[in-house]
Design a protein around this ligand. Structure first.
Ligand code: GDP
Length: 467
């Protein structure tokens, strides 16, 4: 298919959702306005809300069907597989150099002082820089805070043949980024900043990615996770056993509720009802065509969430293990048991059809990234109750204005076609917040007036592989 066709099809799908978020939120305001208390008015509003929602769902259903009826579904599957094979082969090649003693290397220490999601993101950043600089990644994971014995007890080694960190010269990235062996510090402090860090995607793949995927950088990150998180047999068995034990099946919506130490420091509290409203929405839309079992998988660091959900939503099949959540408490978080729990939670979240969570948490962003490896394009399969997606420490990244906007009140900002916008939030009510990089003004604007942009950077193309 032509790229413009694929991009427009996704834009229409997104536009229908945004249009409905806008209408629904404005109608709610009218309904709650006491000046409009007359019963006739109320009943008209209710009718627009009910039928409007049905109409929006029907449109989404049709546009979804279009992506099957256009005959490109097979192509999407094959294209995703072909692109993934290219990246996986390159990673395997890079990680297993024929002459380890003389290979260029990049050393990465897993023990960044933070949680599992954050540490895995640190590792992904290291691997992306390794790929960008054609260095073999050497993972230092001895004394890993989650498992003292190290990475290889859980996941396959990042290299089968080259694990010796030695070389003729070993230097810090900040001093000698050209030395044979380079130590890479965390993304938050790295100087000079490697040009390869997200949201960069490789130029040699960008056209294909832009056509296939709604948000190519997430696909790209997903490919590194696919390579890094290859489970050891025991880990695979743990996940398979858990799948059977709980009767994990589709359809299923993954819910991640991040509480404990995150609340009040890096995120706000969200009630189970807020998550379930988004879940209900998902299932109501799905049930346009047939009745489905309403199933959710709940992951949380707060064990009361699962019990509360089971009490409040008896018509739902609620999967999830409060014991896992208990082990995620701050006091027991950095233990082998807790590690198994978080690996298993992230696994099931990433296996779901749709994710409802807070993107302020690295746990959910990680699950969402892994999810991209299970579908040709899973970029629209989520609902975040707070932030839009981002990669911690990412380079500046702008959306592009496609429809001009004139501010209607002091909270809004003007946009001209082509203006770059640094988006900080989507309120899922038709509006987003961001800074116009031309005027430097920060404020609200209708979400449909901008589009995603892709930052492509020249990475090595590993053309020697197929010679
Ligand atoms: P963030 O703090 O939420 O951005 O994510 P991090 O992964 O960096 O740190 C949070 C840590 O808390 C995780 O790595 C887990 O150890 C624990 N945790 C948070 N949420 C969950 C959950 O849903 N399930 C489990 N098992 N552990 C969790």
């Amino acid at each position: 298919p032509n790229s413009q066709y694929e991009i427009t099809r996704r834009r229409v799908e997104n536009g229908i959702k945004e249009w409905w978020y806008f209408s629904n939120s404005e109608l709610k305001k009218l309904k709650n306005d006491t000046n409009n208390a007359s019963p006739d008015f109320s009943s008209s509003i209710n009718k627009i809300m009910t039928l409007g929602l049905e109409h929006a769902r029907s449109l989404l259903h049709d546009i979804n069907f279009l992506s099957e009826a256009d005959g490109y579904a097979k192509w999407r599957e094959r294209e995703a597989e072909s692109l993934s094979n290219i990246v996986q082969e390159r990673l395997k090649y890079l990680q297993n150099p024929s002459d380890c003693a003389n290979a260029k290397k990049l050393i990465c220490n897993i023990n960044k002082g933070c949680g599992y999601g954050c540490q895995i993101h640190h590792l992904v950043y290291c691997s992306i820089v390794a790929y960008g600089t054609q260095r073999t990644l050497i993972l230092n994971s001895k004394g890993w805070i989650y498992n003292k014995a190290g990475w290889e007890t859980i996941f396959k080694p990042v290299s089968d043949t080259c694990t010796d960190p030695g070389g003729a010269s070993v230097k810090e990235w900040s001093e000698h980024p050209d030395a044979q062996v380079v130590n890479l510090t965390i993304i938050d402090y790295v100087q000079p900043k490697p040009k390869f860090i997200p949201p960069a995607v490789p130029k040699d793949l960008v056209l294909r990615l832009a056509r296939l995927h709604g948000d190519p950088v997430i696909w790209w990150i997903g490919q590194f996770l696919k390579y890094l998180l290859r489970p050891q047999e025991a880990t695979e068995k743990l996940l398979n056993d858990a799948t059977k034990k709980m009767n994990f099946a589709k359809p299923v919506v993954g819910i991640h509720v991040r509480r404990t130490d995150k609340i009040g420091t890096e995120a706000s509290f969200h009630s189970i009802e807020e998550y379930m409203t988004a879940v209900e929405d998902y299932y109501d839309a799905l049930d346009m065509s047939e009745d489905n079992v309403r199933r959710v998988y709940i992951a949380s660091d707060d064990p009361t969430v699962i019990t509360e959900a089971r009490e409040k939503y008896p018509n739902y099949e609620i999967l999830g293990d409060p014991k896992i959540s208990s082990s995620a408490a701050v006091e027991t978080r950095y233990t082998e048991d807790s590690l198994k729990g978080i690996i298993s939670d992230i696994h099931f979240l990433s296996q779901s059809d749709y994710l409802v969570c807070t993107f302020s948490s690295q746990v959910c962003r990680l699950a969402y990234e892994i999810m991209q490896t299970k579908y040709p394009d899973a970029s629209a399969r989520f609902r975040s109750l707070d932030n839009i997606f981002y990669y911690g420490g990412q380079d500046s990244y702008y959306h592009v204005t496609v429809v001009p906007h004139k501010a209607e009140d002091p909270n809004e900002i003007d946009l001209k076609v082509g203006d770059l916008v640094d988006v900080s939030q989507n309120y899922w009510n038709g509006y987003s917040k961001g800074r116009n990089m031309r005027t430097l003004k920060l404020g609200l604007f209708p979400s449909f007036k901008i589009k995603n942009s892709i930052k492509s950077v020249t990475f090595p193309t590993y053309s020697e592989i197929n010679k």
